[in-house]
Design a protein around this ligand. Structure first.
Ligand code: URA
Ligand code: CA
Length: 458
């Protein structure tokens, strides 16, 4: 990659044009393919300075982009770096992606479960971001398990056992890396064309043939309203169609942590319990909505009912858990964690959070719950922070539950006693208890496919 000062006069000319590009978007006009190319290349190579990129990002936040511009931005970003070729694996490679949540460990349930049903799951996952957890950090909490594999190992593992989850190897979407870092610090994350192009450019560059998206809505999601989540889903599905890849999106609720466990090793434990059939609840419910769509996209299931039946059978027979064992073993980890979850890292201190009053749980600030676990050490506040795999919390109650003052709302898993007081205060503030019950928000809101939004019955 070239340094900024090496660009010389080219950069000057580009910058002059760039002011016009910003001006155009500021006025609400659509950008041309050449202008979008200039923007993406400027971000990927560093030839356009951050302040001009930031100004354009802010203009896009205010003025938006039409469908053609958004598709063009996605494809330009996808081609700003390497594009993976998974054709050596053979068959249809399917990927799933969530827009980010709390206690959302569906990948660790679904990747092995779909593979047990015969799907090829070649998945590149991410690390925790903001208040949300990351699959890579969870996998690394398994003793010995790595997510740093070569591309050859990745492809060989998917061919051999049908599933691999790893971090990015090649230089995938450098434009997104640069723009994402800028958006994070310039209040320009929350824009549908920017989110859609960021997510889909990476998914398209990582080579999957079909993609199932889990777009979250609610207090712990990027898109807090249903309308915004549906708009984002529609945008991503349409881009997929234009790129020639089937993309389907489900809009699901993130008004409380999805599973009961929040924190890296704790979420691995819940995934193991879900795969062994010991745990049911919202994590399993959402998994059994997304999973069948992965099987349909892979040509393995005829319809949703057939997919659910196959996935339930893979839980009952132990085939799903066996796939997780194989995946852990091939990635250098100790597969015995699947039979004895006490082999996972455990926090030395456990403290209950008492309900401050009696009543019904009517709301949870799920983003605050995510940040509380991050503060305990389960996530990074700075890029260089080291994750504590053992810490986190286990929710004892869900929305709609009736509690008495003093009942445990959740159990904190802490590195030290000194963390307790502040975490108790934050968790009590994040959970609203009222005298009268309120309706519990739904878990599955809508299914979005090209040209169609199907709302679930309330
Ligand atoms: N996840 C991404 O990868 N990009 C976004 O913009 C938002 C969520
Ligand atoms: Ca293929």
């Amino acid at each position: 990659m070239k340094k900024k000062e090496e660009q010389g006069p080219v950069s000057l000319e580009m910058n002059m044009n760039f002011v016009e590009i910003i001006e155009k978007k500021k006025k609400g006009m659509a950008l041309s393919r050449e202008e979008i190319h200039c923007f993406v290349q400027g971000a990927a190579t560093g030839s356009v300075p951050d302040y001009q990129l930031s100004a354009l990002l802010m203009a896009i936040c205010f003025q938006g982009m039409n469908a053609e511009e958004t598709t063009c931005l996605t494809l330009e970003m996808m081609h700003s770096g390497d594009v993976m070729d998974l054709s050596g694996i053979g068959g249809i490679c399917v990927d799933k992606h969530s827009t980010g949540g709390v206690g959302d460990t569906t990948t660790l349930v679904l990747a092995p479960l779909a593979a047990a049903c015969g799907a090829k799951v070649a998945k590149m996952s991410g690390r925790g971001l903001g208040h949300t957890g990351g699959t890579l950090d969870k996998i690394e909490s398994i003793p010995g398990c790595t997510v740093s594999l070569t591309e050859e190992q990745f492809i060989r593992q998917v061919k051999e056992i049908g599933v691999c989850v790893m971090g990015q190897t090649r230089d995938l979407c450098p434009a997104d890396k640069a723009l994402y870092a800028l958006r994070d610090v310039t209040a320009t994350v929350g824009s549908i064309p920017l989110i859609a192009s960021s997510i889909l450019s990476k998914k398209l560059a990582s080579g999957a043939d079909a993609i199932v998206l889990d777009v979250k809505t609610g207090s712990g999601a990027l898109m807090q309203t249903l309308d915004a989540a549906v708009d984002l889903s529609r945008t991503m599905v349409e881009i997929g169609a234009k790129a020639g890849k089937p993309v389907l999106a489900l809009v699901t609720g993130m008004d409380q942590p999805l599973g009961t466990h929040v924190g890296n090793a704790l979420e691995v434990k819940e995934a193991i319990h879900t795969l062994s059939g010991r745990t049911t609840g919202d994590l399993l419910t959402v998994s059994l909505e997304l999973g069948p769509r992965m099987l349909i996209a892979s040509g393995i299931a005829e319809d949703v009912e057939d997919g659910i039946r196959q996935m339930k059978a893979a839980i009952a027979s132990g085939a799903g858990l066996q796939k997780l064992r194989e995946m852990i073993r091939m990635q250098g980890g100790n597969p015995a964690v699947c039979d004895d979850v006490n082999l996972l890292p455990q926090a030395p201190v456990r403290v209950p959070v008492p309900a401050p009053r009696s009543g019904y749980i009517t709301a949870m600030d799920t983003t605050a719950i995510g940040y509380c676990t991050q503060d305990l050490g389960a996530g990074r506040k700075q890029k260089t922070d080291i994750i504590d795999p053992a810490v986190g919390l286990v929710m004892c109650r869900r929305l709609g539950d009736r509690v008495k003052a003093g009942d445990a709302l959740c159990e904190l898993h802490l590195r030290s006693e000194a963390q307790a007081e502040e975490a108790i205060r934050k968790m009590q503030a994040a959970i609203t208890i009222e005298e009268a019950a309120r309706p519990v928000p739904p878990l599955i809101y809508a299914t979005v496919s090209p040209g169609e939004v199907h709302y679930a019955e309330a």
